[in-house]
Design a protein. Sequence first.
Length: 347
Amino acid sequence: MIKKNITGEIDIDSLEISDVMDLNTLQKFQDNFASSMGIASVTVDRNGTPVTKPSSYTNICSNLTQSTTTGKSRCAESHKKGGEEATRLGKPFVYTCHSGLIDFAAPILLNGKSLGTILGGQVLFSAPVESNFRKTAKELGLDGDEYVQAANAVKETGEKNVQAGAEVLFIVANALVKIGYEGLLVSTVTSDLSDNFSQISATMEELAASSINVSNNQHVLNDEIIRVKDISKEINTILESIKSIADSTRMLGLNAAIEAARAGEAGKGFGVVATEIRALSVSSKETALTISELTKKIQDSVDKTLETANSTLETTEQQTAAIQEVTSNIQEVSVLADSLNELAKSK
C-alpha cells in the first residue's frame, strides 16, 4: 500500500516494484535479455522474494542445487549478500556464488533507496574445476558425476560480457522505475488535484445556491420595503383627512363659542364644551402634523433603504453569476484533472 509522509509526499519505503513498474513488461524484458545473452536472471523485491519467474535458469541451479533444502538456503544467502553489496555500492556487483558459478546483482534503486534486485549469471569465466563441484555436490547430498556433468554444460563467457549484461539490466530497470515513479507522482498529484477541485466545486455550488437564496430574499425584501412605503403614503392620506377634520372641528367649536356668547348666561356651559372642542381640534391637528413629519422621515429612510437594497441586489446577482461561472470553470478543470489522472495511470 502506497503511503505518504507528514508533508504529503510519497513514502518510498512503502513502495514495491509493482507500484512503479509493470511486472509483465519486466518479465518480457528479463526473458528476452536472458535468452539473447545466455545469462540466467530473476528479479526479487527488497526482502529477497521473487517478483518475476526465473529466466533461462541452468540445470545445475534449478534442478540440482535448488532441489535440496541446503542448496536453497545457500542460494538465498548468496543472493542476499550479493544484493546487499550491490545496494551498498549503488551499482551492479559481480561475485562467485556458493556453488562456484559467476553471478551478479543489479540494484533497483529509487532516490537512493532499494526497491529490489535483479539477480543474474549462472555462468563461468573458465572451465569448471571438477574437484570443487564434487565437493559442493557432496555437501548438498547430490550425485557427484551428475553435478560435474551439469557444471560442464554451464556457459563460459568473459568477465566483460557479464559486467556489460549486468550494466544493461541495471540501466534499463532503473530507468523504467524512474519513469514509473514519475507517472505515480503525476497520478497522485492529479488525483489529489481532482479531489480538491471536486471539493471546491461542491463548495462553490453550495455558495451559488446560497447566493441565489440571498438574491431571492433581497427581491422579497425590496417588495416589502416598497410595501412599507405604500403604507406610509396611505398613512399620510389618512393624516390629511384627520387634519381636515380637525380644521372643521375647530371651526365648529369657534361657531359654537360665538353662539354660546350670544346666548348669554344660558350658553356658558355650552361655551366651555366649545372651548374644549377647539382645544381638542388644535391638539389633533398638531399630533397629525407630528405624525406626518415622522411618516415623511420614514419615507425618506425607506427610499434610501430601497436604493441600498437595489444596489445590494445588483451586486448579489453579479456575484451569483460570477460564482456560477467559476463553478463551471472549476468543473471543466476537474474533468481535465480526471483525464490527466487516467492518462498517468495508463502509463
